[in-house]
Design a protein around this ligand. Structure first.
Ligand code: SF4
Length: 164
């Protein structure tokens, strides 16, 4: 698995001050995508133990609320194992900090029964749709996308939106 970049402090992708990682590779190719340089699965850099350690170190500060995993496509079959490993290691070390993830797949169709979901707190799902773009929306680019409370969704076995 490959990644595009790691941000040490991110205040725009999720609640609070966060560390974020952008995965490399996406096959959706949404028109108007904000991050087309992450489409190529061969781009970016190799992701491994060194990057996991770097992220865990960056997250130790009290002011860091958690980790955000963005793309590229974080849950593509080529990326989901890396995402799972990172999420698992993060939650072992920081059970009280949150993980937010963005994906073009629909949570109820693709993610609900995947192992990674038990480590996630919030998922923003759905592909970006240019003619539904709305810059007033928080944490999502177009109105078809949903900000999902993962714990409540798994408990209720139906989509529960995240309330700020
Ligand atoms: S799913 Fe996300 S990264 Fe992939 S093309 Fe669509 S907006 Fe871009």
């Amino acid at each position: 698995m490959r990644y595009s970049k790691i941000r040490k402090m991110d205040i725009s992708n999720g609640e609070g001050v966060r560390v974020s990682i952008f995965f490399q590779g996406c096959s959706f190719h949404c028109k108007g995508c904000f991050n087309p340089e992450t489409w190529d699965f061969h781009g970016g850099c190799e992701f491994g133990e060194e990057q996991i350690q770097e992220i865990l170190d960056l997250c130790k500060e009290d002011y860091i609320s958690g980790l955000s995993i963005l793309g590229g496509e974080t849950m593509h079959p080529k990326n989901i194992e890396g995402a799972l490993l990172l999420a698992k290691r993060f939650k072992e070390k920081y059970p009280n900090k949150t993980i937010w993830a963005w994906t073009g797949y629909l949570f109820d169709e693709y993610l609900m029964d995947k192992e990674i979901t038990k480590y996630l707190d919030v998922v923003v799902d759905g592909q970006f749709v240019e003619n539904l773009r709305d810059p007033r929306l928080k944490w999502r680019g177009s109105s078809n996308q949903r900000v999902i409370d993962v714990k409540k969704t798994l408990k209720n076995k139906k989509i529960v939106l995240y309330e700020v």
